[in-house]
Structures are given as C-alpha cells and as structure tokens.
Ligand binder design. Structure first.
Ligand code: ZN
Length: 282
C-alpha cells in the first residue's frame, strides 16, 4: 500500500469468509455511513439510493449495504448524511446473494452523531482499505458471491472521462413515469420526476496489483449529481471543468491519499462502480 496504515483493534480478518446472518430475522445495528450513491429509477420503489457503510456494533467491523432507501420519502428526523453514525433495524436481503446486503426498516433509522473531519473518519476506514481491485474482480469471477463492497487505494488515477448523460433510457423513464403517477397516500405534495444529471463520469486507474492492466469504472456518487445540480446555471464547458476540478484535480491530486469506495451490481457482479471517494490529506 502507498501509505502505511496503523491497524486498529477492529481490523477484519482477511481470511474470514464473508457471511450473512442466515434467515430473515431483524437485527439492530449501528453503521457508519460511508457511501451514498446517486438516486436511480426503480420499478418498485420509485427512486432508490444504495447506501453502504461499516457496521460497527460487531467486532470485527464489516461492510454492509442498505437497500432500498428512498431519501425523498424519508421523514426529516430519519434523513441522514455520509459519515453519520446511524442506528437502525435491518434484515438480511434474501433476494440478494451478496453477503453484505441488508434491507433496512426505514422507520427505525436514527442518526446518532456525525463524524466531522477526515481525521475522525480515518480510524474506521483504514482497516478496510485494499490495494487490489484486480483481486476483488478475481474473487467474484471465481468464487461468487464474493466481496461486493470495497475500498481501493489506486496506484495511479490516470484520467476522469466525462460525457453527456443522454437522459434516462426508455425503461428507466417508464419506471419514473409510473412512480410519479402513483397515488401517494402519505405525501401531501405531488411527486416530481427524478432528473437525469447532465454528465456521466468514469475513472480510469491502475490498482496496486503488479499485473494490473487498468480499470474503468463509472461514478455513481451522490455528490457527482449534487455538484451538477448546484452548478446547473453553468454551460456545458464550464460545468465539465467544475466536475474535473473537484473529482480529478482535487480528490485525486497529489495532496490527498485517494481511496475509491467501489461496489458491484446485483445482476452483474463482475461490474463494479465508484460509489464515492475518501480523500484525506496526505
Ligand atoms: Zn487492477
């Protein structure tokens, strides 16, 4: 690894097999939220966000995915942010073979506190940082279902590709239209359609495997979309420059110890996406 890390008491044993608690019993848990992905059209839930983090009520700490969560429909006291420590009840997601996947009980979600500043977050994250994306991919190919969430410290971030999003595809748009049309008995306002961001992005990088031929992974980070919304008044050239300045020049710049949070798709477990970036100062 590029930076020597001080392992903590909660370090996971890399040889321990990943397991999900058998059955569907609801468990109470505390999770440090590290990943909030961009909202995505969903057939059943309208628009959903994949949230992931580190479960800290058990030792060793371990990755957990919480799905589905619809942030727009979450009551205000239940809304939470990245790097909040959240308590909730959740049960193993039986329809999802990935060992980290749990289904949250949304009305039990409580945000306990916020970890402000990288130095307070780092002790929880460093134990889970891995050097090799290539090894994560080999495991899902050879021994599925394998690890589906990871934190990868790249050897070299070669580029950030930015291209026009082009809008939702027809099946995604149909899901959004159905969701907006549904009568919502709980909500007082009308549902508004989820807008596609103007630009998609991909990181191209080398992991630390000696034989790495390079990875190209799409960015599905909430902040990628939020930044575009915040600067929606800019024209395409200026908005692209803003995305590049933030997501490449800054987050992957020499002053920062860049780590990518990655996760795969349930249907295509060999396809990993960038779900967020952890970038404390070196
Ligand atoms: Zn690699």
């Amino acid at each position: 690894m590029g930076t020597p890390d001080q392992p903590s008491l909660f370090e996971p044993d890399p040889n321990e097999p990943l397991t999900k608690t058998p059955g569907t019993r609801t468990e109470r848990m505390r999770v440090l939220i590290t990943v909030k992905a961009a909202p995505n059209p969903s057939e059943t839930y309208g628009e959903t966000v994949c949230v992931a983090g580190i479960r800290i009520d058990q030792i060793p700490h371990r990755w957990i995915r919480l799905y589905p969560i619809n942030f727009r429909e979450l009551d205000n006291p239940r809304k939470f942010h990245k790097y909040d420590i959240v308590s909730l009840e959740a049960r193993p997601a039986v329809a999802d073979p990935r060992p980290e996947s749990y289904r949250p009980v949304l009305d039990t979600v409580r945000s306990e506190k916020k970890l402000v500043g990288w130095s307070r977050r780092k002790p929880f994250i460093i134990d889970h940082v891995q050097a090799s994306m290539c090894e994560v991919l080999t495991a899902v190919r050879d021994h599925p279902p394998a690890r589906s969430l990871a934190a990868i410290r790249p050897r070299l971030v070669k580029d950030l590709e930015i291209r026009p999003h082009g809008g939702w595809d027809p099946s995604e748009q149909a899901k959004i239209d159905r969701y907006v049309r549904q009568e919502d008995l709980l909500s007082t306002g009308l549902r508004t359609a989820l807008e596609a961001p103007r630009f998609k992005g991909w990181y191209r990088y080398l992991c630390q495997s000696p034989n790495c031929k390079g990875h190209r992974q799409g960015i599905y980070d909430w902040e990628w979309v939020a930044l575009q919304r915040r600067f929606s008044h800019l024209d395409d050239v200026a908005l692209t420059a803003t995305l590049r300045r933030n997501f490449f020049d800054q987050m992957c710049g020499p002053a920062y110890d860049t780590v990518f949070y990655v996760g795969n798709q349930k249907k295509h477990q060999n396809v990993f996406m960038i779900l967020g970036v952890f970038y404390p100062k070196r």
